[in-house]
Design a protein around this ligand. Structure first.
Ligand code: URA
Length: 209
């Protein structure tokens, strides 16, 4: 089974609590999501491979560590995942960015795939798949399948808030995928929203309430 990590860093918890507040407006919501995504990337990148490199300081020649040649791709699930990309890319500027477009059919709550564009060498990259809300897990499961079909092998799913139902669904369908989340919340309600959650992440990011 892949890792499930609920990130307990105080800064992540604090900022997450701020964006749960329904009175936080679009500008602050967006800025906070950026910051949280960056902090989560810091935690989720702990196991990146390092290699030795010789470096000449002004004082001596020494052998130290640098990131090994392993390449990364960040793949937001549209549209809410877009809100997490800038924060991640600030930490990993060389990452390539793919996009997976899916929406939830509001009647059936099933995901519908409408757009996919990925780096050509996705099969050689570690993938950070990002979506703020892991609700039923439907979109995440489908997005992971779409990535695997195109050769992706190492996938980490990064979400701000997760429902137990979504975590279980992803773990069952894709036991090889690691899940990093800011908070494992209580449950889904009858409308497919995470409780207590933070509402519709896409609407709050883009001001389309
Ligand atoms: N998507 C959201 O944006 N919020 C939820 O609570 C569930 C799915």
């Amino acid at each position: 089974m892949g890792k499930f990590v609920e990130m307990d860093h105080p800064l992540i918890q604090h900022k997450l609590t701020m964006i749960r507040n329904k009175n936080v407006g679009t500008k602050d919501f967006r800025a906070l999501v950026d910051e949280i995504a960056m902090l989560m990337t810091y935690e989720a990148s702990r196991d990146l491979q390092l290699e030795d490199v010789v470096v000449e300081t002004p004082v001596a020649t020494t052998t130290k560590k640098q990131l090994a040649g392993k390449k990364l791709a960040v793949v937001p699930i549209l549209r809410a995942g877009l809100g997490m990309v800038d924060g991640i890319v600030q930490l990993i500027p060389a990452a390539k960015i793919g996009h997976i477009g899916m929406y939830r059919d509001e009647q059936t709550l099933e995901p519908v795939e409408y757009f996919i564009k990925l780096p050509e060498d996705i099969d050689q990259r570690d993938v950070l798949l990002v979506d703020p809300m892991l609700a039923t897990g439907g979109s995440a499961k489908d997005a992971i399948l779409a990535l695997k079909k195109r050769g992706a092998k190492h996938i980490k799913l990064i979400t701000l808030v997760s429902a137990p139902e979504g975590v279980e669904a992803v773990q069952q369908a894709h036991p090889d995928v690691d899940i990093y989340t800011g908070s494992l919340d209580e449950k889904l309600n009858e409308h497919g929203y995470i409780v207590p959650g933070l509402g519709d992440a896409g609407d709050r990011l883009f001001g389309t309430m």
